[in-house]
Design a protein around this ligand. Structure first.
Ligand SMILES: Nc1nc2c(ncn2[C@@H]2O[C@H](COP(=O)(O)OP(=O)(O)O)[C@@H](O)[C@H]2O)c(=O)[nH]1
Ligand SMILES: [Mg+2]
Length: 397
């Protein structure tokens, strides 16, 4: 059975001939006059050879060269997106696409559009997102050393560590997806981090993801990628979308370390062959205060994601089911009280020695740290509760 026969038509708006293409190949384009004709031609040929009803949409990102005219002449539908950026270009291209499936690829001849039928076949088999994987088949000169051995593996590693997507090449620009999953993906980013955003959102939405190896060829024309600016945009995106890794884990680690250091220094335990004194207590106290504050920020960031961004967050849901505002307040008050009592003990000692000179610095640090952390917990609990008000107002629960 040919691809043509067993496909139900796309659900999008029809074209000028009353047809709905099965596949829209969307190509973002910024000044690619050396390559764009060949890309469009290759994509159209690959689809007609395989009997796949398709269109090519070129999202021209205000190119200042002849890219747009050349793309149209080669048979693409050209749409114009003046807002610069890889993500902006794709968002405009997706909005214009009419096919049931969307195949994505750069306008630089690095990807072989003859792979389109393989991507379509995976979607036919039930995948909702299909990723190319370039890492085993990078042709000489196609990818700079820094991207091949540092940028891509490190960023893909962090992405998989944070979001557990299990995708080998998270920045591969050749991919395919069902157009009807776009509302679930709810993509927003405008720059190169769009590539990461799609993968992360697909992971969070538990889309069925397939991947297979593809070749990566040297680029024609000039690269639009800026190693440090775009690398940082990816990393920043990963961090701000994972409050657990940005705040909760580092904060908990700092607080735990601070607690151990403080405990060792005030009990006078011998560690590494010596006793640790006042300065160590000051350091431990600082770590505890910062750690607790960072964990609180992380909880608020989780609440923001869950309540305001509509993100699925099973961990935060479990926390929410278990702990209420009153739990936070009780904890905060207990810690504050413990600090105050320690302070009162010092006061009592001072009174006892007739208001003479006092040298209870370590206990004073413990007292102030307790009060500080206790108050932080109380006020952070209120803030968390405020963030949740919207949900209560929305659902009446
Ligand atoms: N970086 C970048 N690429 C854009 C933009 N608008 C469209 N593109 C296209 O997005 C694709 C990816 O860019 P490219 O330079 O190939 O980056 P790389 O594949 O990550 O090395 C190319 O087809 C560009 O022409 C933009 O504003 N910035
Ligand atoms: Mg490219």
């Amino acid at each position: 059975m040919s691809t043509l026969e067993h496909h139900t038509p796309g659900s999008g708006p029809v074209d000028e001939h009353g047809q709905r293409p099965l596949v829209s190949v969307v190509i973002p384009c910024l000044n690619e006059e050396e390559n764009i004709e060949a890309c469009v031609g290759q994509a159209l040929r690959a689809m007609s050879d395989a009997g796949i009803p398709g269109e090519v949409v070129v999202a021209d990102n205000a190119s200042t060269d002849r890219s747009a005219a050349l793309a149209a002449a080669a048979g693409a539908r050209v749409i114009h997106e003046p807002r610069r950026g890889y993500g902006s270009a794709y968002l405009a291209g997706f909005a214009a696409a009419r096919g049931t499936y969307i195949v994505m690829g750069d306008a630089d001849l690095t990807y072989d559009f003859n792979e389109i039928p393989r991507f379509v076949a995976e979607l036919d088999k039930g995948a909702e997102l299909v990723m190319g994987d370039r890492m085993g088949n990078i042709q000489p000169g196609a990818m700079p050393w820094l991207h091949r051995y540092v940028g891509n593996p490190v960023l893909s590693g962090i992405l998989n560590g944070f979001f557990k997507t299990g995708i080998s090449d998270a920045h591969c620009g050749m991919r395919a997806l069902r157009r009807d999953v776009l509302p679930r993906l709810d993509l927003r980013t405008t720059g190169m981090e769009f590539a990461s955003e799609m993968v992360i959102r697909a992971g969070k939405e538990k889309l069925r993801i397939a991947e297979f190896p593809i070749d990566y060829h040297p680029r024609g024309g000039e690269s639009k990628l800026n190693t440090w600016r775009d690398g940082w945009r990816h990393l920043r995106f990963l961090l701000v979308h994972s409050p657990t890794h940005l705040f909760v884990l580092p904060g908990a680690l700092l607080a735990a370390l601070g607690l151990i250091i403080t405990a060792v220094s005030i009990t006078g335990l011998e560690v590494f062959g010596r006793r640790w004194q006042l300065h160590t207590t000051v350091g431990g106290s600082m770590l505890m205060i910062v750690g607790v504050q960072v964990v609180a920020l992380g909880l608020c960031a989780h609440a923001y994601g869950a309540y305001f961004m509509g993100e699925k967050d099973p961990w935060f849901d479990r926390m929410r089911a278990r702990f209420r505002l009153e739990h936070g307040l009780m904890l905060g008050m207990s810690v504050t009280l413990a600090g105050l009592i320690t302070g009162l003990v010092i006061l009592a000692m001072w009174i006892q020695n007739g208001f003479g000179s006092l040298s209870e610095e370590r206990m004073a640090i413990v007292a102030t740290t307790g009060v500080t952390i206790g108050l932080q917990v109380i006020f952070s609990s209120f803030l968390l509760s405020i963030l949740g008000l919207r949900r209560i107002a929305d659902t009446g629960s």
